[in-house]
Design a protein around this ligand. Structure first.
Ligand code: B12
Length: 232
């Protein structure tokens, strides 16, 4: 028997932490889909249940049927559920195929999307340093220097904070960081056109696509620097 993803999505919408957590635990345990391995199962719970719930929240907010307090409660339940999926989605025994600093740009408090991207990258062999929301260009740069990162992920969820992606890239350029690191941008309002306009190295619309993009960017960079590129 598999869990009801619609019921899980609805529990996120209702801010019903007990039901949501119980369903996630069922989905990972006894009730899990026998046709899927643990990782595929966790991904299904994330995509169909949790992100499905946030999609409904977005729609209800646009229609002004719910307001910020309800959205905050749902986001908290989402974070609680993600804590249970994290160990599975992040498990990887491979040596790191790249080092990524990810965060949401200064002025922007949305962190659900970038957390998911960070988890997926970790699960696909990247060493990930998540510096969280409201991160200034200086904070990104310090972390890049500290970790020797070759990939930077800038998330922005507001049209008013998208220009901060451009500011951050300019700052990284001035600081000489872009000789050894590539920058990718994302977030709901971000588009491929915008990514090109602000001279980022790449854009992806969701976490699954980001994994392929990230691999491509570190391989291209390694080739540019005359290093041996990680395969696949
Ligand atoms: C949850 C939410 C909140 C929560 C955030 C809680 C949290 N801890 O994150 C709270 C209530 C705090 C909030 C506050 C506000 N919000 Co808000 N919020 C949302 C909402 C409903 C969902 C966002 C979300 O989590 N989506 C689910 C995740 C999984 O999707 P995602 O973030 O897009 O991420 C995916 C991809 O974009 C991509 N991705 C994300 N980051 C990155 C990074 C890289 C590098 C890459 C490659 C890919 C990538 O991969 C992710 C996974 O697949 C959106 C609606 C929407 N349509 O986006 C509004 C929305 C973003 N918010 C909006 C607004 C207006 C606000 C406020 C200004 C409201 C206010 N008046 O105060 C404040 C701003 C506060 C601030 N300074 O940041 C507007 C923005 C409109 C605009 N044009 O800019 C939206 C679109 C709602 C709307 N339609 O009006 N919000």
């Amino acid at each position: 028997m598999t869990i009801e993803f619609e019921t899980l999505a609805q529990a996120i919408v209702d801010g019903d932490a007990d039901t949501a957590l119980a369903l996630v635990q069922d989905g990972l345990g006894d009730q899990k889909n026998p046709d899927l391995d643990e990782l595929a199962n966790a991904k299904e719970i994330l995509n169909k249940g949790l992100i499905g719930g946030m999609d409904i929240i977005s729609e209800l907010w646009i229609q002004e049927k719910i307001f910020i307090p309800e959205v905050l409660i749902s986001a908290k339940v989402m974070h609680g559920c993600m804590d249970h999926l994290r160990p599975i989605l992040e498990a990887s025994n491979e040596p790191p195929r790249g080092i990524c600093v990810i965060g949401t740009v200064k002025g922007d408090l949305h962190d659900i999307g970038q957390n998911i991207v960070g988890m997926m990258l970790k699960g696909n062999g990247f060493e990930v340093h998540n510096i969280g929301p409201n991160s200034s260009p200086e904070k990104f740069a310090d972390k890049v220097r500290e970790t020797g990162a070759n990939l930077i992920g800038l998330s922005a969820l507001l049209t008013t904070t998208m220009p901060m992606q451009r500011e951050s890239i300019k700052y990284f350029e001035e600081e000489g960081l872009l000789e050894t690191a590539a920058v990718m941008v994302g977030g709901a309002p971000v588009t491929a056109d915008w990514a090109e306009k602000i001279d980022s190295d790449g854009y992806a619309p969701d976490a699954a696509t980001t994994v392929g993009l990230a691999k491509q960017l570190v391989d291209d960079l390694a080739e540019e620097l005359g290093q041996v590129a990680a395969t696949n």
